[in-house]
Design a protein around this ligand. Structure first.
Ligand code: NAP
Length: 328
């Protein structure tokens, strides 16, 4: 069937999102002859850039994705994923989904360009975005590979961070996990938390606070990030005394939570878990609470959040969608 015919027709499967989960779902769906339509989003600022391709578009070097022994940049990797998906017939549309009518048969997706796409099944793979403090220099250095990151497991092992003083901002489980990971590489891990007690679980706290190279900065907030091309330090403010001080560091890992990209699912009937991520009630599959709607990647996973786990979930979602379609 030609694209032109299909445009006026009902899609078998629409994949919303263009990170590792979305492209992997597209590769599998395309190879199953489902001719997936991929809605890849449009660039925006929120407050760091959010680009089609997702969080990897802000990642300089990916060294932990199997199959790339010499590493690969995040944007390069996403280009390869897209190329592979297109090679098998996936079609790509640059728009945002603004609203979903999952109750209609076929379902309807209303796009930011005014179009309405009708489809039998949907795979939601819109990912999540890291929360940032919101400082100009923080966002500039995060965007330019200047040593500011929202993922220690992705970036912490890079040579630029080895044996250097590094900082983690946040007091939750993610911050503790990031800090624990960084203790293996850093000379010192400075944890900067805005209160005097941590939100993280007791086990995680004990593990991190007992490490020799961890230094806590209680009641502290980061009010500026120093460095032209690469981070050289932070300006901290004591939330009790208001006193300001400089802390020399060569890496900043912001771990103050993530927000799943679910705004367009508001009022769609999709169920969310307690943290606001798309709920997968079966656990063993990618099926959401709604018939014919599947989810994959960080939009439905606040625990692992890795490119390789997202890709695995994308594969499962495409197989689940294909089986659901053949049964309906
Ligand atoms: P979180 O629990 O919401 O913690 C966010 C932390 O960032 C809090 O300590 C918060 O401070 C701080 N914060 C928020 N906004 C800030 C700002 N603008 N400036 C400075 N600090 C700020 O998020 P998370 O750690 O990413 O965890 C999310 C969920 O995933 C949690 O349910 C967590 O238990 C779970 N998780 C589990 C594991 C695990 O089990 N292995 C690992 C990671 C995450 P306050 O404390 O003052 O609010």
């Amino acid at each position: 069937m030609s694209d032109a015919t299909r445009e006026n027709d009902v899609e078998d499967v629409v994949i919303v999102g263009s990170g590792p989960a979305g492209w992997t779902a597209a590769i599998y769906a395309a190879r199953a002859d489902l001719h997936p339509l991929c809605i890849v989003g449009v660039p925006k600022q929120n407050p760091a850039p959010v680009l089609p391709g997702g969080q990897l578009m802000l990642t300089t070097e990916v060294e932990n994705y199997p199959g790339f022994p010499d590493g690969v940049t995040g944007p390069e990797m996403m280009m390869m994923f897209q190329k592979q998906a297109e090679r098998f017939g996936s079609r790509v549309k640059g728009a945002d989904v603004e609203r979903c009518d999952f109750g209609a048969r076929p379902m309807a997706l209303h796009l930011s360009n005014g179009e309405t796409i009708r489809t039998k099944s949907v795979i939601i793979a819109t990912g999540a975005t890291a929360n940032w403090i919101g400082l100009d220099n923080e966002l500039r250095l995060a965007t330019n590979g200047g040593g500011v990151s929202a993922c220690a497991v992705c970036d912490g092992a890079l040579p630029v961070f080895r044996d250097k003083p590094l900082a983690v901002v946040g007091g939750g489980d993610t911050a503790m996990e990031e800090a624990a990971y960084l203790t293996k590489f850093a000379s010192t891990v400075h944890i900067i938390h805005r209160r005097e007690s941590l939100r993280a679980s007791k086990t995680m706290q004990d593990r991190v606070l007992s490490a020799k190279n961890v230094q806590m900065h209680w009641n502290s907030t980061v009010i500026d990030v120093l460095g032209e091309d690469f981070i050289t330090g932070l300006v901290l403010e004591d939330t009790v005394s208001g006193e300001r001080s400089e802390l020399p560091v060569n890496g900043l890992f912001v771990a103050i939570g993530h927000a799943p990209a679910t705004e367009f699912l508001k009022d769609s009937g999709i169920a969310f878990d307690d943290s606001g991520y798309v709920s997968l009630p079966d656990g063993g599959s990618s099926a959401t609470n709604l018939e014919g709607v599947f989810a994959a990647g960080d939009v439905a996973d606040h625990v692992y959040r890795q490119a390789v786990t997202a890709a695995g979930m994308g594969c499962r979602a495409a197989i689940d969608a294909e089986r659901w379609l053949s049964g309906h």
